[in-house]
Design a protein. Structure first.
Length: 527
């Protein structure tokens, strides 16, 4: 039986005193921030929730370029939100970006501006990671009695999740959003939308979602929850127009009421839509683009009504954060650990070898840090662990260039729990763990900044050595440690009760990489 993967310490330590953290979500339509005080006992208090529309995806989806005007709006709002977080004495800002930023060809320029002008470091997440966080946020406020479908219709994408109180069974993200559909299919229609035009849009949505809908049917969810501004606004319109403002009616949106509201909205021009009771006037131009998605999914899945939730991705970010600091109420296994292990097994990796290399890599990381070779923190240590687990997964395609295959899988397999920056560092660490030395001009890793490249140089060198120390895949090395030999030389102590001549010989091949990473040589000693 393969050994169980070793436990990785959380990337953050539990707070010893009260801590204020701001959670920010950069969407296609708006930016949202939630400021939270987390106590030493792990309870929390929400101090503020704010939202500003920025229309980041306006005119983007034809060429995947965020326009300067939209970028300016986003930077201004983020600068104000950063000042707000500072006024609450926030210790940390956890910020993620979704569909519009995820798809943008000028993503790096945008993120650089946010960092330089708003002092915010935003991490881009995949569609499936977005879906996972939405599930965490919405499900945390529910007492689920069975399986449920969760739908979140954003500006650029729609996330769909099937899950229950124990976890999710299915995550998906479709490139269907209120702004995206409006820009691509309705941008010239400020007047009424004809039934023919609406049906054409519906056919497009269903065609793009056929596999997703088939999978959801197989899972047979018995209830549905909607969590986006589009769904909330449709429920509010139905409440006002059909049910005379009955507050109970805004908690649930019936499919028959949704159809009635859509018929009304399609019969009106933009100015008339803005005046409809319950309508958010700033959504009037994109509301039909979002409504067609919701109607299509509910109709095809034969779901008669959807429950309205005011929880969202920000709430998921909070729960994910608490999970990472060992929140005692969270009994979920590490999402990162599970997704990495799942990918490794899908690629039929040598699990015992991966576990051994991961153990050795962390021993090298810790002793190298104690010896003053690097200053990388626990977050980077964790990335080394996961990169070590996956360093050989590309072998199932071809061994000769498996480091490149492994790097490709890491960046494109939608690993949950990671943002794009973390995946890029892991992929580059794996790519450069054999043959070529780290090269920041490599086109596959052009988004990694200078600080990230420093991390890659350290982690890839340690992974090279760790891999060589299990070269025979026999687990011969019991323990390794770096010690200072003199000002220019490190001693690599290797403890083994068996003959590991092959491993000792292989380690010597990494002197050049070691000197480039740490500006020192090393010698090997075996006990």
């Amino acid at each position: 039986m393969p050994a169980e993967p070793m436990t990785v310490k959380p990337s953050r330590e539990p707070p010893a005193v009260d801590k204020v953290v701001a959670f920010m979500d950069m969407g296609t339509n708006s930016v949202r921030i939630m400021i939270v005080r987390i106590s030493a006992s792990h309870s929390y208090t929400i101090l503020s929730r704010q939202k500003e529309m920025i229309r980041l995806g306006a005119d983007e989806f034809t060429d995947n370029i965020i326009k300067d005007e939209a970028m300016d709006r986003a930077v201004l709002v983020c600068r104000n939100f950063e000042m707000m977080a500072r006024s609450f004495k926030a210790d940390e800002i956890v910020a993620v970006a979704t569909s519009a930023t995820r798809d943008a060809r000028n993503q790096k320029h945008f993120l650089d501006r946010l960092k330089a002008e708003a002092n915010i470091n935003i991490h881009v997440i995949s569609g499936k990671e977005e879906a996972r966080l939405i599930y965490l946020g919405v499900a945390s406020g529910l007492n689920l009695s069975g399986s449920a479908l969760f739908i979140d219709i954003g500006g650029g994408s729609t996330e769909l999740i099937v899950g229950n109180e124990k976890g999710y069974q299915y995550l998906d993200s479709r490139k269907l959003g209120a702004i995206r559909l409006t820009m691509l299919h309705l941008s010239e229609y400020e007047g009424p939308i004809t039934q023919k035009r609406y049906q054409t849009l519906m056919d497009f949505v269903l065609n793009k979602s056929s596999r997703t809908l088939n999978r959801i049917r197989e899972l047979k969810p018995d209830q549905a929850f909607g969590s986006s501004g589009t769904i909330q606004n449709m429920a509010e319109i139905a409440c006002q127009v059909i049910h005379n403002g009955d507050p109970e009616k805004r908690k649930v949106l019936r499919l028959k009421d949704l159809k009635e509201v859509i018929t009304l909205l399609c019969s009106l021009n933009l100015k008339e839509r803005q005046a409809v009771p319950g309508m958010n006037p700033r959504r009037a131009d994109i509301i039909i683009g979002g409504a067609v998605i919701l109607e299509g999914f509910l109709t095809e899945l034969k779901i008669p009504q959807i429950n309205i939730s005011n929880r969202e991705l920000r709430d998921g970010l909070l729960l994910d954060y608490l999970n990472r600091i060992d929140h005692p109420l969270m009994d979920e296994l590490s999402v990162r650990q599970r997704s990495v292990l799942k990918l490794g097994r899908r690629c039929a990796f040598d699990e015992e070898h991966a576990t051994t290399v991961s153990r050795i890599a962390l021993e090298l990381f810790d002793s190298a840090k104690d010896a003053g070779l690097h200053k990388q923190g626990p977050w980077k240590r964790e990335l080394l662990y996961y990169a070590s687990q996956l360093h050989d997964i590309g072998s199932f395609l071809s061994y000769s260039n498996h480091q490149a295959n492994s790097a490709y899988f890491i960046q494109n397999a939608d690993l949950l729990g990671f943002n794009q920056e973390e995946l890029a560092i892991m992929a580059a660490t794996v790519f450069f763990h054999r043959k070529a030395l780290p090269n920041k001009k490599h086109p596959e890793f052009k988004h990694i900044d200078e600080r990230g490249w420093e991390t890659v140089r350290v982690l890839s060198t340690l992974l090279r050595i760790a891999e060589s120390l299990d070269r025979s895949h026999a687990g011969l090395v019991d323990r390794v440690m770096f010690r200072v030999q003199d000002r220019k030389t490190m001693l690599l102590e290797i403890q083994s009760s068996k003959d590991c001549h092959l491993e000792l010989w292989g380690v010597q091949n990494h002197q050049e990489a070691f000197k480039k990473a740490f500006h020192k040589a090393f010698i090997v000693s075996q006990d």
